[in-house]
Design a protein around this ligand. Sequence first.
Ligand SMILES: [Zn+2]
Length: 133
Amino acid sequence: MDPREPRLLGTQCRACGTYFFPAERTFCRNPACDEADLREVELSRTGKLWSYTSANYKPPAPFVAKEPFEPFAIAAVELEEEGITILGQVADGLGVEALEAGMPMELVLRELYQDDEHIYMTWNWKPMDGGGA
Ligand SMILES: [Zn+2]
């Protein structure tokens, strides 16, 4: 996987085509489908901004917040191909004033924190067209 083009892993039901993120692995949650035939898929890394909000208070653990806490924006992005909506924090330094419903967004990776053995990554949404950072 190209780190400059990160993708989230979800699953898709082979029977009805429904996509799931976070990945559903036990059964298809489509009530009209009773299959349990799920395959792992790489989801689209771009989508359309469906809704967004500003988080002005520090979320509880396991959220890793900056100290001192800085408000950040949260975006709900609808993946074009899969038709599902994925929530994510908006890339550092971009507040709600940088966002507009319907704008194209792309997935970027951000280092969350590291310990002696691992670097923990998370995903952020960032407006396309070089908007902001
Ligand atoms: Zn299904």
